[in-house]
Design a protein around this ligand. Sequence first.
Ligand SMILES: [Zn+2]
Ligand SMILES: [Zn+2]
Length: 248
Amino acid sequence: MIKLYWHKIYKFLLDILFPIECIGCGKEDVWLCQQCFTAIKLKEIDSCPACKKISSFGKTHEWCREQTSLDGLVVAAPFGDKLLQDVIHKYKYNFIKELAAPLSEILINKIIKLDKKEDKPNWTSLLFSSDLILLPIPLHKKRLRWRDFNQAEMLSKKLASNFCLNHRPYILKRKRYTAAQIELKREQRLANIKNVFQVAKEWRDKLKNTKILLVDDVATTGATLNECARTLKKYGVREVWGLVLARG
Ligand SMILES: [Zn+2]
Ligand SMILES: [Zn+2]
């Protein structure tokens, strides 16, 4: 309880120190004005989650399948976008929940853009099928207490309601608390995340042949998404894709 209390004081101080103004241009009373929002461009070229080389729709290359449990990864915007980086940072570390709205809109726009592609092959039906289950990367309850909300879950919830998809944030849980991936080197990240997730008991016999889209804010090595996908596939999930705002 005491942590929650400090969190509220911290948020209160942030509100005083940083009054509402556009993160991009400083315009008053809005966290991200329409003009700055439009300046955040969607990623034009999609790439394989394992080798990062070009691959339409972000599908995992056949020859890269041994390296990842993900069937594909859709990245909405280029990581080099400084404004987007700032917005994500303010969302996660200054706890500005209102930013979930424009950030989820970026994800929605990317999906719509992919859907409009003329060369859309059959396998992309995953991203647009009505039986798709949306799942945010879960936070450990210790971190959830600290932040007061799961930043990935707020995005996946808005996405699910926009496309009328199933949103099931409680399928995956974190078994143990881990250091934030951002503080670790690549090899450490892989070891840090191994066997961290588990499928909730009530879901273990309900996942056979399902299709899942994992949602997170950013991916770096993709180790977290990959580990979630690996855990889900142990229970017969047929296809697992990832969707993130940016990849560092
Ligand atoms: Zn602005
Ligand atoms: Zn590849």
